[in-house]
Design a protein. Structure first.
Length: 244
């Protein structure tokens, strides 16, 4: 393991997570009016519905799939799912979701770059974000072909150990990634970099989605009437300044 592996897979994840969390908190505190997705539907609706729906279906499935797949300890499922079977299911489901997301983000990127009105009203961060997502989807799809050459699930287990060591603050996380191929390392690096730029892009509206979940499980709001409770048979008291 060299110094680059130690930095990019041992230290860089913590840099990205710190900027991701603190940056999101600071932006919410200082620039709440920018806490939105900045839809361009009013400028041109063409390609938006297909692109947006395909992108969101793909990215949401992949996010939660990666979250569960990487952070679930192997002993939880090893008695009924082998590492090889887990890799196969991840390749199939992830490949379908990745393809949908790749098509969706391609449509969104083409729409934003080819339509003059949308291009003029786009921020640099909008273009950079779409390019990063397009590359990340492409790298993810490319890793499927490489993974098909070794179906024992060993590399997937190594990535899981790396992620679990990172989130539990255990040392030696980079050792699990050091032997991976360049394509996998680029995929991991770009994925972490998306978290790094997250607070500075329209992606911050993702937090609002989690806020909706909290809204659904909130306690009922108690509303009390401001009207005075006057016993039956008594006149309603008048304000001192009330006319006669």
């Amino acid at each position: 393991m060299n110094a680059l592996d130690t930095f990019f897979f041992g230290l860089y994840p913590y840099i990205c997570l710190t900027v991701f969390l603190l940056g999101s908190l600071i932006r919410f505190d200082r620039d709440q009016y920018t806490w939105k997705s900045d839809s361009s539907q009013l400028l041109k609706a063409g390609q938006l519905r297909w692109g947006s729906n395909l992108f969101h279906i793909g990215i949401l499935f992949l996010f939660f799939g990666h979250f569960a797949g990487l952070l679930t300890p192997h002993f939880v499922y090893e008695h009924f799912v082998s590492a090889g079977d887990k890799q196969l299911s991840a390749m199939v489901s992830g490949g379908i979701a990745g393809l949908l997301g790749f098509i969706g983000v391609t449509l969104l990127l083409h729409r934003r770059l080819s339509e003059p009105r949308i291009r003029i009203n786009s921020k640099t961060s909008d273009i950079v974000l779409l390019v990063l997502l397009w590359l990340q989807f492409g790298l993810g799809l490319a890793t499927i072909a490489v993974s098909a050459q070794h179906m024992d699930g060993g590399l997937m287990m190594a990535f899981g150990e790396w992620a679990q060591h990172i989130v539990t603050l255990r040392p030696g996380a980079a050792e699990f990634v050091a032997g991976a191929g360049l394509l996998f390392k680029l995929h991991l690096f770009l994925g972490m970099s998306i978290f790094l730029v997250f607070p500075f892009t329209r992606l911050v509206h993702v937090w609002s989605g989690f806020g909706v979940i909290a809204y659904l499980v909130r306690p009922y709001q108690v509303v009390r009437s401001r009207r005075l409770n006057v016993p039956a048979g008594h006149n309603q008291p008048r304000r001192p300044d009330a006319g006669v």
